[in-house]
Design a protein around this ligand. Structure first.
Ligand SMILES: [Zn+2]
Ligand SMILES: [Zn+2]
Length: 520
């Protein structure tokens, strides 16, 4: 251990053992014992492969969450809780991390790692049961004129019952069945595809594909609204957004309760979303010919010196047609699932199969890489949001315009090859799904492991510890490779102990093995 190993080797070993490869070091002062030490906190990467170990653990957690909520038999109780210590701690910690990130940026350092940490923290903050982001929404939502309000599609509307549970059915023998749905929704065709690659890339509609991906989450919201209206109860769902081979996002959704399949198909067919944004088809500025920034005035036309319309002004003068209209494709798959059947388990595995992969991952041949490159190129100049610098290309000042903006250089993740237009959450869970937050599901698992180890899971006294970030160059901070190996050793110790206990208990209590996958 005295000889520091190459970081890569340590990382490989850590991955094999399911140990976090990007731990965040924190100083912890124990107010009871006075001990002040450095503790590695798992990065908590929720998705993709930044840290496969944390991503995998989160996937398992999501599967548990999906399983517990799907066939709930009692109405969930949802009451907003007061901010807990954990939440407050997370918010304070996030503020520290933000300060360090900004300091790094000022010093001209690479901030990628800090950004990743912040992103992870934001997710964690949300998962700790808080809504929205710490930065928060400041501007009130704009009220659009009624002329442009989206019409409710032509669908049956049932009276709302105040329940989140679906109907149950009693069989002749008195057994009660609790049916639910597993729905898969895809986007329409943009041109013929073979093996995930367009047969004719020249005619493949990349622009439509790009815009559909950018606005996919809005379409999903509409679908849920319509579903609830038709179903007549407060439908709950657990959904994941996953990539198709042709690079379009698609949706798997576990729905509590049931509707006739034909109705679900009807809802999907009737659901649409219109994007009421300024035009983005006619290029006004590009290359070296770009709007210029003037303090107090904003962006000006480089030829005439005229101030370009602001975002708000542009919204007041929209065309009669929306910029974009998005719908689902014809392929709607609706499957009935019964509680507690192997079918239900299989659906959950299927639902979470690709969660640890990014949308743009898994390209194995040059045709696919070429397809990705074209898709990324189509996304490059598409405005991803009202604040996207790409609006300058179409003669509009982005919302919150500031100096240094240039079309094609938006840093939002929607434009990145890993995200391919979809920058939203990969897991969408309705509020009254499992009656538990992700933090509570996490706690369940911890409690189980501790019980198996024969320890009581006493709530730690939140006031016992004072946590602080570790200052760069802290002499107590071991090289990361060494820290990883220490965590591996600890993990192996505890696994061996767990195995020993299991071996001793085998034959007496087989119920524990059911949880094995979750503990590992
Ligand atoms: Zn990690
Ligand atoms: Zn953008």
């Amino acid at each position: 251990m005295a000889q520091p190993l190459a970081r890569e080797v340590a990382e490989e070993v850590a991955k094999l053992n399911g140990v976090c490869v990007r731990p965040v070091a924190l100083r912890r002062l124990d107010l009871v014992t006075g001990k002040d030490e450095i503790i590695d906190v798992p990065c908590g990467a929720t998705l993709e492969s930044k840290c496969p170990s944390c991503a995998k653990r989160n996937r398992q957690l999501r599967m548990a969450q999906c399983r517990e909520g799907w066939h709930l038999t009692e109405e969930p109780i949802v009451t907003p809780d007061a901010a807990t210590e954990e939440q407050r701690w997370l918010v304070e910690f996030r503020a520290d991390m933000q300060a360090r990130r900004d300091a790094a940026e000022r010093a001209g350092e690479e901030t990628h790692d800090w950004d990743a940490v912040l992103e992870g923290l934001d997710e964690e903050i949300n998962e700790a049961g808080m809504r929205g982001t710490v930065v928060g929404r400041t501007a009130p939502k704009r009220v659009r004129s009624t002329r442009r309000r989206q019409d409710a599609p032509d669908l049956p509307k049932r009276k709302m019952a105040s329940t989140t549970l679906g109907r149950t059915f009693e069989a002749g023998d008195g057994k009660v069945y609790r049916p639910s749905l597993f729905v898969t929704l895809t986007l329409p065709s943009y041109g013929k595809v073979r093996d995930g690659v367009p047969v004719d890339p020249e005619t493949y509609d990349y622009r439509r594909a790009a815009r559909d991906a950018l606005h996919f989450s809005k379409l999903v919201d509409r679908f849920v609204q319509n579903l609830r209206r038709v179903a007549g109860y407060d439908v709950q769902y657990f959904a994941t957004v996953e990539p198709q081979k042709r690079l379009a996002p698609h949706l798997h959704m576990a729905i509590r309760g049931t509707l006739p399949r034909s109705e679900v198909k009807q809802i999907a067919a009737a659901t649409y979303h219109q994007v009421w944004w300024p035009q983005a088809d006619e290029v006004r500025f590009e290359g070296e010919h770009l709007p210029v920034w003037e303090e107090e005035a904003g962006y000006l036309d480089p030829d005439t010196g005229e101030v370009l319309p602001t975002w708000e002004q542009a919204l007041d003068h929209l065309d009669a047609e929306p910029l974009h209209m998005i719908r689902f494709g014809d392929q709607v798959d609706v499957k009935g699932v019964l509680a507690g059947t192997p079918d239900a388990d299989q659906s959950i595995r299927y639902l979470s199969k690709y969660l640890t992969k990014s949308l743009g991952e898994g390209l194995d041949n040059s045709a696919q890489r070429h397809h990705t490159a074209r898709f990324v190129e189509a996304l490059r100049y598409e405005p991803c949001s009202p604040t996207c610098p790409n609006w300058l290309r179409y003669g509009v000042q982005p919302k919150g315009a500031k100096p240094g903006m240039a079309p094609g250089r938006c840093r939002s993740k929607a434009h990145k090859p890993e995200h391919l237009g979809y920058a939203g959450r990969r897991v969408l869970v309705s509020r009254k799904w499992s009656n538990k937050t992700l933090a509570e599901h996490k706690q369940d698992r911890r409690t189980w492991v501790l019980e198996a180890l024969g320890q009581t899971d006493e709530p730690t006294d939140q006031h016992r510890y004072v946590w602080r970030p570790v200052k760069p160059g802290d002499p107590d901070l071991a090289p990361v490779g060494m820290r990883l190996l220490r965590s591996v050793a600890e993990r192996q110790r505890w696994r061996a102990h767990l195995r020993e206990l299991e071996a001793r208990a085998s034959g007496q209590d087989l119920s524990a093995t059911e949880h094995e996958g979750r503990a590992a």
